[in-house]
Design a binder for this molecule. Structure first.
Ligand code: NAP
Length: 525
């Protein structure tokens, strides 16, 4: 089966034999993809010429209705997405739900909050400012939907959510989307796009998908386009420095990898609720999607005196978790996505072991449940301990994209902040403590290098949304190494797909324009 590309409102197969998508448990080929022979310049031009204007003829509220219909089309095919997730990602029910249900929830969320936007054509930012003594001449800042296309270059680990969390704000803004999913797991994104196209919800050119290599795609983006990239820091650096992107100042949003931290407060002794809660959270983070989440906890900072007991608690949580074929109900931890990722994880683990002690797992010769080690791509969860965190290098800068985490002891607040900041910019850090001043001082020490800080005390307990969970109402992204991008955060996500400009002119003209605008106060409510 070769998955066709959908560009210029038509399905077209790539001309080369293409790349194989495989089952990470059996190694079997499932489908092939190729973008060879597809004219990517024409694909973008079609999206800009037909998709964008058709979307922008609608109001925000009408486009929100479209999102609602997209969510319905996806819900109707949810079982198929779980089937594909099992085959192509080795995802069990929980892993697939995290991606697929997260995707559908995000689209529904934007449909709901988008309906509250009035029938405007632009966004109005603040009040008009007077620029003349008589007040006849004034300035008004406005945000206009970009008249280009939104190009999504996505990572392999969230083929469903990665599509929807970007598609929802772009389409709501009136910007057509061109998605290039990561090759190893393109099938699920492809199937979702196919279902949306079949449901005939969007105007021609509003949605396109390119499966396989991005080829010369970035060479054809223009000033009015937006490139939204999710993936590794290395690829991010290549995209950011692309000649055409630099020359045309194309807006680029980057969501890259991140060495996220979880912090156990000094007040959390063994057997306290928070000690147990964080222990469970670490186990969940390491095993859900086999640790293949950009937000997964990679480092756990613990008071030096708790290093052993906390390590024992996490080990006790990991020990009964069987790793293997997700078709076997006993298996709790699935594979990584393919042999290349397995090799990359094992190489990264070997580097971490140079400066860490192994507390649990990480055996490259372990036998997964119900799977052939030669064909499958499993990584045994590994908990490591790095006694001298300040002297370590890899622990703070090597993202092992699998079920691997490292305990790092700290001696005092200063030490903790210095260690956490060694991640050089992360998506998320969580702080578990009942000491308000410890939480406050930690946030003050690390907030500028994090996109999100999750604070948990006993009053919140298990009600917290989760270290690794990205909720559409709150910001996702992080500075520095995490890419510097910003996504979601409710309607704030629309800002990426709008251009700010100011009109300086007669007050009448400004009042007239304002009549076609939605006030941005609704973005921040
Ligand atoms: P990747 O290897 O960097 O690839 C990401 C995407 O970039 C893929 O679609 C890939 O296409 C494409 N690509 C590669 N080279 C390109 C080039 N020269 N020009 C244009 N596109 C190019 O990342 P990955 O292995 O798929 O994903 C795992 C990484 O993503 C992890 O590091 C993880 O932390 C990060 N991630 C971050 C977030 C976040 O929100 N911050 C979310 C999820 C994942 P091909 O697949 O065809 O090569």
């Amino acid at each position: 089966m070769k998955l066709p590309n959908y560009v210029k409102g038509q399905w077209s197969e790539g001309t080369s034999p293409g790349e194989a998508l495989t089952d990470p448990v059996t190694g079997q080929e499932l489908a092939r993809i190729s973008s060879q022979g597809i004219n990517l310049a024409e694909a973008l031009a079609f999206a800009r010429t037909y998709g964008g204007p058709a979307l922008r003829r609608l109001s925000y509220a009408q486009r929100a209705e479209i999102l609602g219909k997209m969510a319905d089309a996806l819900v109707a095919n949810r079982d198929e997405y779980f089937r594909i997730s099992l085959l192509n990602l080795g995802a069990n029910q929980a892993d697939a739900s995290f991606d697929v249900d997260g995707a559908i929830y995000t689209i529904k969320y934007y449909a709901k909050i988008g309906r509250a936007l009035a029938d405007g054509k632009m966004l109005k930012e603040g009040a008009a400012v007077s620029l003349s003594k008589s007040n006849a001449f004034a300035g008004q800042h406005l945000l206009m939907p970009a008249k280009g296309a939104a190009v999504f270059i996505n990572a392999f680990n969230f083929p469903a959510w990665g599509l929807c969390e970007k598609a929802a704000p772009a389409l709501l803004s009136g910007v057509p989307i061109v998605v290039k999913p990561a090759s190893p797991t393109a099938w699920l994104t492809h199937r979702m796009v196919e279902d949306i196209v079949k449901a005939d919800i969007l105007p021609p050119g509003a949605i396109s998908i390119i499966c396989g290599s991005a080829r010369d795609l970035l060479g054809h983006v223009r000033e009015e386009d937006i490139v939204s990239f999710t993936g590794s820091a290395d690829t991010a650096a290549r995209i950011r420095s692309d000649d055409n992107i630099l020359r045309r100042s194309v807006r680029v949003n980057i969501e890259a990898d991140s060495i996220n931290s979880a912090i156990l407060g000094p007040d959390c002794a063994p057997d306290t609720d928070l000690f147990d809660l964080l222990g469970k959270e670490v186990v969940r983070e390491m095993t859900l999607k086999a640790g293949q989440k950009c937000t997964t906890i990679r480092r756990i900072m613990v008071p030096r005196g708790q290093l052993k007991t906390f390590g024992d608690a996490v080990t006790a949580g990991l020990s009964p978790m069987k790793v293997g074929n997700p078709r076997n109900p006993e298996a709790r931890v699935g594979p990584v996505v393919n042999k290349a990722q397995q090799t990359s994880c094992l190489e990264g683990l070997a580097k971490l072991k140079e400066e860490c002690e192994v507390l649990f797992g990480g055996d490259k010769n372990f036998q997964p449940l119900d799977a052939d080690v030669k064909e499958s791509s499993f990584v045994q969860p590994a908990l490591l301990s790095c006694k001298n965190g300040l002297d370590a290098k890899h622990v703070h800068d090597l993202e092992v994209f699998g079920p691997v985490a490292t305990l790092v002891p700290y001696d005092d607040l200063e030490d903790l902040i210095a260690l956490t900041r060694r991640g050089l910019g992360s998506l998320v850090a969580s702080v578990f403590s009942n000491d308000p001043s410890f939480i406050r001082e930690t946030i003050l020490g690390i907030g500028d290098l994090h996109g999100r800080v999750l604070a948990v005390n006993s009053a919140v307990g298990a009600q917290h949304t989760g270290h690794g969970n990205v909720v559409p109402s709150c910001l996702h992204g992080g500075p520095g190494r995490a890419g510097g991008g910003e996504e979601l955060a409710g309607l704030r996500a629309l800002l990426l797909y709008h251009r700010r400009f100011v009109v300086q002119g007669p007050v009448d003209c400004i009042t007239d324009l304002a009549g076609f605008c939605v006030n941005t106060a609704s973005l921040y409510s």
